[in-house]
Ligand binder design. Sequence first.
Ligand SMILES: [Ca+2]
Length: 237
Amino acid sequence: MKVIFRATPTYEGDKHYGSRLVFDRDGNLFVSTGERSDKQTRVYAQKTDNYLGKILKITKDGQPAPGNPFIGKTGYKPEIYSYGSRNPQGLALDEKGQLWETEMGPRGGDEINLIKAGKNYGWGDVTYGIEYNGQKINNGTTQKAGTEQPVYYWDPVVSPSGITFYTGNIEEWKNNLFIGCLSGEHINRIVIKDNKVVGEERLLLDQNERFRDVLNGMDGNLYAITDSGKLYKISKK
Ligand SMILES: [Ca+2]
């Protein structure tokens, strides 16, 4: 075992680690990190001198990936690809190689984002959600110059976890985004056209399971795992 990268600063807490790993088509690795949830660490998501609340892009040796947007820029960690994320647990490439991210928002603010190099995704200045206690976040700011809007958001939330773009043998599902949902207790199917969401379907709601991750099998089926330890195989009828 060899540690190739550490997402600092460290923090004593048990929430919001992110974290997904996805290889880009160029062989470098995208890594998502959470902002560790508490008020005192939330501010790190908007700051660029640290690794919390980020999408990072590194080489297999843990170095900044060549072409990263902030290489050589003062006040920016060179591994940063984008910033302003809360708890990004979903990361996947679509058929064109574009990077998509889902993140758990506060109450009423779970998001789907199309991740682009050097962009700020808003957290904790800009959100469609509110604090769990009902208070507004940054006076209820939902849009702000210099920040990216989510492609889609849920209110009430579904708690999006692992995601994947479908490559299996059900023709009408091809290239749809599948999302394992925790508190939502279903698998979410999102239809995307021209980078916009044009449809949403909730699958396996009757199972009452917290779906942790979804993945394409090499056999053309979709597989999902749950927090209760079950493995689902989803096939064509
Ligand atoms: Ca956002």
